[in-house]
Ligand binder design. Structure first.
Ligand SMILES: Cc1cc2nc3c(=O)[nH]c(=O)nc-3n(C[C@H](O)[C@H](O)[C@H](O)COP(=O)(O)OP(=O)(O)OC[C@H]3O[C@@H](n4cnc5c(N)ncnc54)[C@H](O)[C@@H]3O)c2cc1C
Length: 455
């Protein structure tokens, strides 16, 4: 007989969201976590990196204070102080989450679990049986063949998060979201930064126009990058590391951050033994996150969907509601908001121009330059909002670059997910002076009645 309605393996974004929603729906839940409740996002992902980026923003603001008529002097970064601020944020959220799980009557078990039958997970010699098992064991930072991580000179984001000094120079291998965020932090902290990216652009999954704007902004900030060249090898030296690329170029720095993507945590956990269908370690699921084995579900970074905390939350909630019989709508992954929290930020929802064209849409593009936005001028930020629209149809994608544009996704995702067109959005009044006005202006222009736009 099953002891629980849900046995959830992994207490990160996907697992704990599933636990909280299932218990809210009256289901009996056990949540198993081998490290800390909250997982990657809370302890070594979203939250710590955003705290580091905020500290970097304060450093930059201090350096540039005189441009705003404020007399201030930047001395240095006190990493002990930065880390204590960052750890304070994590600790507060961690306590809050622990309290939440407790108050929802979720049975919380500490320890490394393994799937030992189709409905049972074993932890510390104890067996937990459920009508349903939800796998949410997340992901780990990958490396490349021949690239050995030592955690001091050659490291992943897990190590970089705890650095107690500001490196004089850093090579960031990988110009994706995590690589660009760390490059931004370290530049703000005063390091010399070089990004090495094999693809032709930074944040290559974004619309090409956003990548190009970020590259321009990074160049202006003095962040170096090599695009379209592959890493060959790294050698440790007395003063740090020497990285050699396939084209023969070499780069020296105090340390190397390896940010080449994240892979699923699925090895030796009993998944294959129970006949679960997998591909390159990812668990394959249908649109409701069901695996091919009845009663076993999988969510979060463990499945090949966007590796984002809010996607994990949504998948966890979806599974809980499906099990409870609410028949929730499947997730439209195109409608997931995405942010790179570097300076400047890059934010998007919906399709890129290339993806929209590939889907056969007759595409209309509209670029609204933030130069025409009062708040952007006040903040001294540059960037744009690009709309990708179907001709005489809905907005298919919104792509933004500039300080704080991540906050504009709240509206952008409604526009995309509610399939609004330019004429739906143009009449909506946006508060002046806000960055959000640029969203209104972009849609006014797309509707053929630009206000603060030249040309
Ligand atoms: C540096 C960095 C920055 C990021 N920034 C952002 C961001 O700004 N915004 C965003 O949306 N996303 C961000 N992410 C991604 C986000 O952290 C992940 O998408 C999210 O954490 C995935 O949630 P998950 O539940 O699938 O996995 P995880 O959060 O990895 O949780 C899995 C949990 O399972 C546990 N576990 C694994 N195996 C076992 C076992 N055998 N027994 C028991 N427990 C086990 C692990 O200890 C872990 O706690 C970032 C990631 C990184 C690394």
């Amino acid at each position: 007989m099953a002891d629980f309605d849900l046995v959830i393996l992994g207490g990160g974004s996907g697992g704990y969201a599933c636990a909280l929603r299932a218990s809210q729906l009256g289901l009996k839940v056990v949540l198993i976590e081998k490290e800390k409740l909250g997982g990657t996002c809370l302890h070594r992902g979203c939250i710590p990196t955003k705290a580091l980026l905020h500290a970097g923003e304060i450093a930059d603001n201090t350096r540039h204070a005189s441009e705003f008529g404020v007399k201030a002097e930047f001395h240095s970064i006190d990493m002990a102080g930065v880390n204590s601020y960052k750890d304070g944020v994590i600790s507060k959220l961690h306590k809050g989450l622990q309290g939440l799980v407790k108050s929802r009557n979720v049975t919380y078990v500490e320890g490394a679990g393994k799937l030992v039958s189709k409905n049972t997970v074993e932890v510390n010699g104890e067996r937990y049986t459920g009508k349903n098992v939800v796998l949410a064991t997340g992901s780990y930072a990958k490396s490349l063949p021949g690239l050995e991580l030592d955690g001091t000179q050659v490291m992943t984001s897990d190590h970089a998060m705890h650095l107690n000094y500001v490196p004089k120079s850093v090579i960031v291998l990988g110009g994706g979201v995590i690589g660009c965020e760390f490059a931004s932090v370290w530049k703000s902290f005063g390091s010399e930064v070089t990004i090495i990216e094999a693809l032709p652009h930074l944040i290559a999954l974004e619309d090409e126009s956003s990548s190009k704007q970020l590259e321009r902004a990074f160049r202006k900030r003095g962040i170096n990058f090599e695009l379209g060249t592959k890493f060959k090898s790294v050698a440790k030296t007395n003063s740090g590391v020497t990285v050699t690329l396939e084209d023969g170029k070499t780069f020296n720095a105090e340390l190397l951050l390896v940010a080449v993507g994240r892979g699923p945590v699925s090895a030796n956990l009993g998944y294959e033994e129970q006949g679960i269908k997998m591909d390159r370690g990812y668990i394959i699921v249908d649109e409701k996150c069901r695996t091919n084995v009845p009663g076993i579900w999988a969510v979060g970074d463990l499945i090949p969907t966007l590796q984002l905390a809010h996607v994990g939350f949504a998948e966890g909630i979806l599974v809980a509601e499906e099990i409870a019989g609410l028949n929730p709508r499947a997730i439209n992954y195109d409608g997931v908001p995405r942010v790179t929290y570097s300076e400047p930020e890059v934010a998007s929802v919906g399709l890129t121009t290339a993806a929209a064209k590939a889907k056969g849409f007759d595409v209309v593009e509209l670029n609204y330059d933030l130069a025409g936005n009062g708040k952007a001028q006040i903040l001294k930020t540059a960037g744009s909002i690009k709309l990708v629209s179907a001709k005489n149809g809905p907005v298919l994608g919104i792509h933004m670059v500039g300080s704080r544009v991540g906050e504009l996704l709240a509206e952008a995702q409604l526009i995309f997910n509610w399939q609004a067109d330019a004429f739906d959005v143009a009449p909506l009044i946006h508060a002046h002076p806000t960055l959000s006005e640029a969203m209104g202006e972009a849609h006014l222009a797309l509707a053929g009645k630009p206000l603060h736009a030249h040309g």
